[in-house]
Design a protein around this ligand. Sequence first.
Ligand SMILES: Cc1cc2nc3c(=O)[nH]c(=O)nc-3n(C[C@H](O)[C@H](O)[C@H](O)COP(=O)(O)O)c2cc1C
Length: 148
Amino acid sequence: MPTSVVIVTGLDANSEPHGITIGTFTSVSLEPPLVGFLPGINSTSWPLIASNGSFCVNVLSSQQTELCWKFAKEAENRFDGINWSAAPSGSPIIDGSLAWIDCAIHSITEFGDHLLVVGRVEHLMKNDPAVDAMVFFAGKVTSVTRSD
Ligand SMILES: Cc1cc2nc3c(=O)[nH]c(=O)nc-3n(C[C@H](O)[C@H](O)[C@H](O)COP(=O)(O)O)c2cc1C
């Protein structure tokens, strides 16, 4: 199945940034505005992000392939060398992302070896419409062009 690719970011209790490459991001509800994704129960970054009660979804463009892999590999400091600014919640907005969605955690439910995290959308922004979105399919990163 092709999926979109996002990096879910947040700050830990010491205000250090964390982020995870995620392909399970989905819209859940329009009213109220809810979105969701599924981190693994063994994720090391998710509990650190969750401790702050919020997260930011960075929708990757086709030009951010390096970031997709960087935030999917085990690493102490994935944010080294990354330019970012703070969303209203404080969670990182990564430079060059196609769009960002800043969320407050609504619920976390365990299903087998993954958690379904649902967030209430607090703020969002879409950037340069000329840039293509990243798509993940069959183990590879590809892209899709916006028609508007
Ligand atoms: C395109 C892509 C999509 C991914 N989607 C998910 C996902 O939805 N849930 C998940 O738990 N891991 C997903 N991963 C794997 C995580 O990014 C990877 O396991 C990461 O090292 C987890 O980091 P953490 O242990 O710091 O949380 C995905 C990886 C890639 C490359």
